[in-house]
Design a protein around this ligand. Structure first.
Ligand SMILES: [Fe+2]
Length: 129
């Protein structure tokens, strides 16, 4: 089992000192909080909130995976250099389409950095009407 980094992996002092580094490796979930059973909806995962990760052939975000608790829902593989051009860095981001079929989801996401390994963000609980 590979080591999974989360913001909580780091001490409060490290979290403050390495804020940019941690943020640009953390996958954040954005989801409509008014999901309805049977109605398609998007769950977006964006790596980095305030900072964008580097995106070159030696160092980039290569996968983004969406989970419902421990159950993998979808995984996307990314090539290098798709979100950056010259000096401009963008955030790796994917929108997963789901059709809710249960009362509650515990969405979580992981991403893989080719240099810094596997990272996981904060779980988001979403209730379905
Ligand atoms: Fe990295």
């Amino acid at each position: 089992m590979p080591k999974i980094f989360t913001p909580e992996t780091f001490s409060p002092e490290e979290r403050e000192a390495r804020k940019d580094f941690i943020d640009k490796h953390t996958p954040y979930i954005y989801c409509d909080t008014a999901l309805q059973k049977g109605i398609p909806a998007f769950v977006r995962v964006r790596v980095g909130s305030e900072h964008a990760h580097i995106d070159d052939f030696n160092h980039y975000i290569s996968t983004i995976t969406l989970f419902d608790a421990d159950h993998m829902l979808a995984k996307v593989e990314l090539a290098a250099c798709i979100v950056s051009a010259e000096e401009r860095k963008g955030n790796a981001e994917v929108a997963f389409s789901i059709v809710p079929s249960k009362d509650v989801y515990h969405f979580n996401a992981q991403c893989y950095c080719t240099k810094h390994g596997l990272w996981q963000g904060k779980e988001v609980e979403v209730r379905v009407n």
